[in-house]
Design a binder for this molecule. Structure first.
Ligand SMILES: Cc1cc2nc3c(=O)[nH]c(=O)nc-3n(C[C@H](O)[C@H](O)[C@H](O)COP(=O)(O)OP(=O)(O)OC[C@H]3O[C@@H](n4cnc5c(N)ncnc54)[C@H](O)[C@@H]3O)c2cc1C
Length: 425
């Protein structure tokens, strides 16, 4: 390795990367195969790292389970599954059907099915008896699961340092350029680093970091929270996949809470149907008793300020929403305040694709706007940005992530027709 210096003003992985659900999936519904190909490459790298580290970061393969309560929802899931299968996810199997359904394994990630299983009726009840009786069908995406993101990052950092990289705890405050080329990075401590290649990977601070080069990036932020709750009664089996209720949910509030919420303009909307997507997963697979619960019922863009302030009702709302899909969780509702709410910002582009590549100033590159897929996407992202830096061969998806893609009016028109929530959880 030629000399690489990693500069971070905080302990690495303590801003956004340790706040998420830390899941991964080869489920990317479109508009084409780009994101699926990118993330699949990233999962390949994660699996190689898990092999090499003897799975120090507990990569698991319990899958993602998208559940719907209606026949129409089932038809949509089936159709989307066939589309994603066409992008390269793997085959779609239906149960009951010709093949027996293979449940997920407790631990590990090798020798598992790929593609997805669509379960209905008795097959669904047998496989996931803890789901609400309203569940009509569920799609179990198999090249998917979770990891311990902090352990993964710590292992990667140790490997990088072992290979000769240096870590500097400092803030980048200025980038010196001459002749349109990066020459030096100045630090808050007064120090500086001479360099002819700079990769900006500043998470939610991406806009400010790019402005050090006079570059405006087309990104915005959404605040995403999560609740960590102890499942002391063992309601959710520890082998449970990352389970997502795919339909909007109207919470069955009791009269007292209904009166409280209807009394204030800013809480009244909680009485309406809230968007699809409430989800949860056991933390750390078979170990411990914690659950992560997430429901982003506010996705409007916001300013990224740290530390973020969360909706005081969040824990209560997400727990009640999750209890609609797993009724046993109702037993924790009175104690929602025992859970811990944290989270962070998704930094994203209009079409929910990352920014990876040269920044228009010689020697400056970006790896960012990783939205809600930065833990699963960082590996292929880092490989791609490294290829840009050293002038290596680029994969076919490289063009789709270039910051310069927005210079093309035809592309901008295409993006206007896409959805910034595409592929987002
Ligand atoms: C609630 C939630 C759920 C999520 N769930 C998932 C999931 O299931 N799967 C998944 O893959 N992703 C998920 N994500 C997204 C994922 O966490 C992010 O995409 C990822 O952490 C972004 O990583 P990053 O390195 O770009 O940013 P960060 O982790 O924020 O790191 C950026 C670093 O840059 C440093 N920095 C910034 N500016 C400077 C400067 N000027 N000088 C020095 N240092 C600087 C910061 O100190 C920080 O440490 C989730 C996110 C949230 C909030």
């Amino acid at each position: 390795m030629s000399r690489v210096t990693i500069v971070d003003e905080r302990e690495p992985l303590t801003l956004t990367s340790d706040k998420g659900t830390q899941g991964y999936r080869n489920w990317w519904p479109g508009p084409d195969a780009t994101m699926l190909r990118f993330i699949s490459r990233s999962i390949d790298i994660m699996e190689e790292m898990a092999d090499e580290s003897r799975n120090a970061f507990r990569l698991g393969r319990t899958g993602y389970l998208f559940v719907t309560g209606s026949k129409a929802g089932t038809d949509r899931l089936r159709e989307t599954a066939h589309t994603v299968s066409g992008f390269g996810m793997g085959p779609v199997r239906e149960h009951p059907g010709r093949e027996a359904y293979r449940p997920a394994v407790r631990d590990g990630y090798r020798n598992q099915p790929v593609g997805a299983d669509l379960l209905a009726g008795e097959e669904l009840r047998r496989a996931f008896p803890f789901l609400a009786p309203e569940a009509h069908a569920a799609l179990h995406v198999r090249r998917a699961g979770c990891m311990n993101g902090h352990a993964m990052g710590a292992w990667m950092l140790a490997r990088a340092l072992g290979a000769g990289a240096t870590f500097v705890r400092d803030k980048v405050t200025r980038v010196a350029t001459t002749g349109g080329r990066v020459r030096r990075v100045d630090l808050a401590s007064g120090g500086s680093i001479d360099t002819d290649a700079l990769v900006i990977a500043a998470g939610p601070m991406l806009p400010e970091a790019a402005r050090l080069l006079g570059v405006e990036l087309p990104v915005f932020h959404e605040l995403h929270a999560k609740l960590t709750l102890r499942d002391v009664l063992g309601i959710v089996p520890r082998t449970c996949p990352f389970v997502i209720w795919n339909d909007p949910v109207s919470i069955a509030w009791d009269d007292k809470r209904r009166r409280e919420l209807s009394g204030e303009a800013r809480t009244r909307h909680l009485l309406d149907a809230l968007p699809a997507g409430v989800h949860l997963r056991p933390v750390d697979g078979p170990y411990g008793d914690e659950l992560f619960l997430i429901w982003t019922y506010h996705t409007e863009p916001c300013t990224a300020t740290w530390p973020p302030a969360f909706d005081p009702h969040y824990g209560d709302v997400v727990l009640r929403g999750a209890a609609q899909m797993i009724p046993g969780l109702q037993r924790y509702v009175a104690n929602a305040a025992d859970g811990v709410v944290d989270g962070g910002y998704y930094c994203k582009t209009a079409e929910n694709r990352p920014l990876i590549g040269p920044l228009g100033v010689d020697g400056a590159f970006v790896l960012g706007a990783l939205s809600g897929y930065g833990l699963m996407g960082a590996h292929a992202g880092a490989e791609l940005v490294a290829a840009h830096v050293v002038g290596g061969a680029l994969p076919d998806y490289a063009r789709a992530f270039l910051p310069s893609r927005y210079e093309d009016p035809a592309y901008r028109a295409q993006v206007a027709a896409w959805d910034s929530l595409l592929g987002q959880l």
